[in-house]
Design a protein around this ligand. Structure first.
Ligand SMILES: Cc1cc2nc3c(=O)[nH]c(=O)nc-3n(C[C@H](O)[C@H](O)[C@H](O)COP(=O)(O)OP(=O)(O)OC[C@H]3O[C@@H](n4cnc5c(N)ncnc54)[C@H](O)[C@@H]3O)c2cc1C
Length: 364
């Protein structure tokens, strides 16, 4: 089959979750450039759910997603995707302010020492956000792809969009392998390649900027870390969380502008991460067990973009999910599906102001 109602470009969490919401109502195809969906940002995340992250508008999408992630309908998954861990926003000075409505409490030094044994003296106190949780990202992503297929959606991997032309109200799509596809609507869910895909479709790009983030798995001489809360600083220069009994996941919270690519960690960023970590706790670092990097892609105002392009008929943006694309995916996909199919929004997102995320906000 080469003729579809909707072709979604990109099989990461953005494309998979949107596809799963519409697969039963339109003949839909996801095309993914790589051999497997989830190879890029989706497969490289730090896998946490943190309601305070990303500012008040993103917080609304995150909060609206919680119930689904925690206890999804059994037809979607027989188990939830969250495991509560809590987050300590530690500080040597002022406590951070969280968006309104997010549960938190102040933790003074004595309790902090109990929660993070070996924490250095300059970290005087913290704000504890109990709702922070780990997300089973691989489980969630594959559940979305499964639902998409079950509802009749098709997936083609190793299928990179080379170009697309709008002829007689239809997109004529050419793939890198030379084959052609046709669709009424093209959804751009290409992550770091969002602008590349737009340009290939002769659509004005939105200046979606990919930024590299480094992750390091460290083995340290301290045990009992598996359930350690996520620990970050109020200034946003690092975070780490327990992974195994003596291992942690650590990030220097870097945001290095880069071209879209298969991102890899740089030695210098790993060194910065370890240096910052050693200023927080006195746990001797034994070795770097592994490290990886991924791209977080942002629109100029750092809000995601969902909606039809005001100047390019049939071209729908689903991009700019920055560092919150996993935790917002249930609500974002429901909202985007309503916009895409011109339907009433689902109750999950009834309180969300969709125009805030529209690409029309960038129109001159
Ligand atoms: C280190 C790191 C930590 C993070 N931590 C968290 C976290 O804790 N919580 C959270 O919610 N989020 C987190 N994120 C952010 C989250 O991972 C992203 O927001 C999300 O994965 C973006 O999903 P996506 O589908 O837009 O992008 P991607 O997963 O990158 O998918 C886009 C896909 O489009 C495909 N593609 C590109 N061009 C074409 C083309 N021409 N034709 C066909 N296919 C194409 C690509 O191959 C790719 O697979 C983190 C990200 C990173 C890098």
């Amino acid at each position: 089959m080469t003729d579809f109602d909707i072709i979604i470009v990109g099989g990461g969490i953005a494309g998979a979750s949107l596809g799963a919401e519409i697969g039963d109502r339109r003949r839909s195809l996801i095309i993914e450039a790589e051999e497997q969906c989830g190879f890029h940002s989706t497969g490289r995340s730090a896998a946490f759910f943190l309601e305070s992250y990303g500012g008040p508008e993103v917080a609304k999408l995150t909060a609206a997603s919680r119930q689904f992630l925690d206890a999804p309908p059994s037809v979607f998954s027989e188990h939830g995707f969250l495991r509560t861990r809590g987050d300590l926003h530690i500080t040597p000075g002022e406590l951070p302010e969280l968006p309104a409505g997010i549960e938190s409490r102040i933790v003074e030094r004595e309790e902090l020492e109990r929660l993070v044994p070996g924490i250095r003296p300059q970290w005087r106190r913290a704000l504890f956000e109990p709702g922070c949780a780990d997300i089973d990202v691989a489980g969630l992503h594959s559940a979305y792809l499964r639902q998409f297929r079950r509802r009749g959606g098709k997936i083609r991997t190793s299928a990179r969009l080379r170009s697309a032309l709008r002829i007689n109200d239809r997109w004529n799509v050419q793939l890198e392998d030379g084959s052609n596809l046709i669709a009424s609507i093209l959804v751009n869910a290409a992550g770091a390649w969002a602008d590349t895909v737009a340009t290939a479709c002769s659509v004005e790009p939105l200046a979606i900027a990919p930024k590299r983030r480094t992750m390091v798995q460290l083995r340290v001489r301290r045990s009992g870390l598996r359930d350690l809360p996520l620990v970050d600083d109020a200034d946003g220069t690092f975070y780490f969380k327990g992974e195994g009994d003596r291992t942690i996941w650590l990030s220097p919270h870097d945001e290095i502008p880069t071209d879209p690519c298969d991102a890899a960690p740089e030695e210098v960023d790993i060194a910065i991460a370890i240096d910052r970590f050693e200023r927080v706790v006195d746990w001797p670092v034994e070795r770097v067990e592994r490290s990886w990097a991924g791209l977080r892609s942002f629109a100029p105002d750092r809000l995601p973009v969902y909606g039809f392009d005001p100047a390019a008929p049939g071209f729908f943006w689903c991009v700019g999910q920055g560092g919150f694309g996993i935790q917002t995916s249930p609500a974002a996909a429901r909202m985007a599906a309503a916009l895409l199919l011109d339907e009433e929004p689902d109750s999950m997102v009834a309180a969300i102001d969709a125009p805030v995320f529209s690409p029309a906000r960038f129109a001159i």
